[in-house]
Design a protein around this ligand. Sequence first.
Ligand SMILES: [Zn+2]
Length: 320
Amino acid sequence: MSHTIEHTFATPIEVEPGILRLTLSLPSGPMHVHCYLLRGEDGWTLVDTGLGLMETPWEDILAQVDGPVVRIFITHMHPDHVGGAEAAARATGAPVIQGRLDYAQCERVWGSADWPERIADWFVRNGVPPERAKEMIESGHVFADFVRFVRNPTLVDAGDEIDGWRVLATPGHADGHLCLHRGDVLIAGDSILTPITPAVGLYPQSRPDPLGDYIESLHAIAALEPRVSYGGHGATVDEPGARALAIVAHHDERLDRTEAALDGQPRGGYEVSHALFGRELAPIQRRFAVAETLSHLERLVVLGRAARVEDDLTVTYTAP
Ligand SMILES: [Zn+2]
């Protein structure tokens, strides 16, 4: 089944009473990101901010909303969600709220000059040829220009409440990923999406088993049984529990394929990514493919279905 989704950009659209969806354009990937406006007693809570492109017409957007935006909540530190935080904060005068772990990672990745070098070394350690690692990092770091996060935001943790919404930790797509849950509605960020499946990658200094974290998050979402879930990309999810379990099944299948790519011969994440995602990928897609492959390999290690072999220079994997 093909899903064609028509978007109206930079115009808040009511998806149900008290919840507006605000879609902003992206120059690549899914080509759009959804932010949300949640009505409260004292004004609106804006969830996510798009990229930090000067083009986002915040003044026009705010003129279409009745009442002030009184707080800005960030689901996770990826460029399309946190990048526009500074511009949105300036336009609204509202404080930014971000998860404690998420903000630490946001500063580490977007706020430090040596990150591209560190991540390139790490990809080389996982079998990426050095010149390819350089291309992958350069193509990934173009986003750094579009990330304008806000320093020293108000930090929140799972279980906190924001204007009647409960903060839910849903690690996986990002270690510090948070959702908002109230009644039977989930504001999901990139925790569950449809028709696309959120990327779950392993990165340096990330939690050790992001796919394991993610599968737990999906089961937690299924157990909440929300009526509806509004995500950062694609369509509204009408049966979030079923969608969460379908994504678990997708990863189970990919785990099987990853396991099948291993034998007694040590293989790096880069090599295994060719078996899973093919040989022909642009550098930016290869970057996601290697990170995604590594999250599956590490999950298999935890499950006893693969073994990791490490020395000073390389990390490889074999059948156990
Ligand atoms: Zn996103």
